[in-house]
Design a binder for this molecule. Structure first.
Ligand code: HEC
Length: 130
């Protein structure tokens, strides 16, 4: 019975997965928060730039920042740090990267955007990095 339930649940999730991917994906801010804190912040605090609180920018500023996709004054991109390739490269030492190893890039980027919007200076719940 237990096995059957698990299989049934997996089938239902599978169906939902398909249904969702057909529509626009709604960013999961909780997943975005985990990723931001575990991946983005863990690098920032190790660098001279230091922690970057989501509440240092407004919603509009974050939206423009993500759209421009110029990270570290244009040296690289934000997308690169959300990519599967980047997650794979750090997953041995980073739990969030390991946990979200197979999430499609665009979904994780939407999750991150949802968290930054919520955590922005003028967002629903201005957030720090930790
Ligand atoms: C491997 C290290 C590293 C990772 C991972 C990283 N950053 Fe950064 N980030 C930096 C450094 C270094 C700077 C400062 C660049 C400078 O001032 O020259 C920076 C700067 C920034 C800034 C300030 C504006 C800018 O671009 O200069 C923002 C915002 C930012 N990062 C967002 C993010 C987000 C969002 C992620 C995760 C998706 C992320 N960073 C992942 C190293 C990293």
């Amino acid at each position: 019975m237990k096995t059957f339930n698990i299989l049934a649940a997996a089938a239902v999730l599978g169906l939902f997965g398909t249904a969702f991917s057909a529509q626009a994906y709604d960013g999961d801010w909780k997943r975005g928060r985990i990723y931001y804190r575990s991946v983005c912040t863990s690098c920032h605090v190790a660098m001279p730039v230091g922690a970057i609180n989501p509440s240092t920018k407004t919603k509009a500023e974050w939206a423009a920042y993500l759209k421009a996709d110029k990270h570290a004054k244009g040296k690289d991109t934000v997308k690169q740090y959300v990519s599967k390739a980047y997650r794979a490269s750090i997953k041995s030492g980073n739990k969030a990267a390991e946990k979200f190893a197979n999430v499609p890039d665009q979904e994780l980027l939407d999750d991150l955007a949802a968290f930054l919007k919520k955590g922005a200076k003028d967002g629903d719940s201005p957030a720090s990095c930790s």
